[in-house]
Structure formats: C-alpha cells, structure tokens
Design a protein. Structure first.
Length: 216
C-alpha cells in the first residue's frame, strides 16, 4: 500500500516521463562471464552490454564464474520443490540470490571445443534449482522464475559467426526452459587476440544497444 502511495506521489511530482526514468533506475542487471580470462573478449563484450544498461539507468554487476567456487550439480533433487533451494554450500548461493533479485541477466562465454566453456556449463547445470518437479512420472517441471530478460554473448576465434549456431541454439534453449526470455544473441567472431573485441565497432555497438534495450 505504501509503495502505491509513493508511486502516485512521484508520478504527480515529476510527471510521467521523468517518473518512468526514475523507475528504470531501480532495474538491476547482472552479468556472468564463463571465461578463464578476466580481461578477455567475452568480458569486454559483456561489460559493454552492462554499460548500455547502466547508462540507460540500471544498476549493474558482473561476476567471473572462473574465479568462484562452484561445484557441479550433485543430482540430489533437494531443490526440486516450489520453495526448494540447492543444498550445496558454495559461491553459487550468492548467484542464486543475484538472479532472483535481478530484472535481467547477461551470460557470456567463449567457444571452447564447439560449445560453451566448462565453467559456463557447470553454472547452467546448477540453474536446475530454478525449476521444480511438478510430476515425477511425467517429468513435468515448473519455473521459479518466469520471462526474466536475458542477453547471451559468445566470443570465438572462428570468423564465421554462424559456425557454432547449433550449439548456441541448444544453450539458449536450456535458458528458455529455465525461465529466461533470451532477447538477443551477440557473437564476436574472429577474436584471435585477447583485445580483439574492443576494436570491433559493430559488435560493441550491438552490445551497447542490447544493454539499453533491456530497460524497455
């Protein structure tokens, strides 16, 4: 009730356009990087997505998965109730909180062996806790998050940005199953050096625009 009264007050005080800008400032967007390189191309592109979001008014934060202690899913199914949580005591606990509180996420990975990195795969496996099992007989799952906006980022040495599209489709299919609404895919091709992304104007412009678009 207090939030409704406050919202009406701000709307009258600032007007609709400025009020919407103030409201957008409350948005929180989290970036996850599944690269062993802290300052590699994937990080550069994800940071540009976050910069676009931040300059549009969002609060942003980024995590490097390689720097965190995240174990693989133990298939114990303790998380598989509507209120169930993962029982593992590692750094993933903080990331669950960040995801639940975020309005959107940005997930970036380099391409290793035609697919996402091991760091990214372990992280996505642990997102099993975002589901709950409605019917064990039919393996019918429910979602603990719904239509949370997402942007995916990939960097690869291969110049052909469509070369690993089938792998990206599979990765994003899993994210959609988990409850994410993947709005855009950004692929940086020909990333042969660690600083190649910063010099790719087209990729950086697309990344910045994708970040800003998360607020719409």
């Amino acid at each position: 009730m207090e939030r409704v009264i406050l919202s009406d007050f701000l709307l009258k005080l600032f007007g609709s356009e400025l009020y919407l800008n103030l409201k957008e400032a409350d948005m929180k967007i989290i970036g996850f990087v599944g690269s062993p390189r802290k300052k590699g191309n994937t990080t550069t592109i994800v940071n540009e997505v976050l910069r676009g979001a931040r300059e549009a008014g969002a609060e942003t934060k980024i995590f490097n998965l390689n720097a965190l202690n995240i174990r693989g899913c133990q298939a114990c199914y303790k998380c598989q109730t509507p209120d169930g949580k993962c029982v593992q005591k590692d750094d993933m606990a903080q990331l669950y909180d960040e995801i639940f509180s975020a309005d959107a996420v940005v997930l970036g990975t380099p391409v290793f062996m035609f697919q996402v990195t091991g760091q990214t795969k372990i992280f996505v496996d642990r997102l099993f806790a975002l589901l709950y099992l409605k019917d064990a007989q039919t393996t019918d799952f429910g979602n603990k998050i719904k239509a949370k906006k997402a942007v995916t980022v990939y960097s690869q040495g291969q110049p052909d940005v469509k070369a690993f599209a089938s792998s990206f489709d599979l990765h994003e299919g899993v994210l959609k199953f988990l409850g994410f609404d993947v709005r855009q895919r950004i692929v940086g091709g020909g990333m042969r050096t660690e600083d190649a992304a910063g010099g790719n104007k087209a990729v950086m412009e697309k990344a910045y625009a994708a970040g800003a678009a998360l607020l719409t």
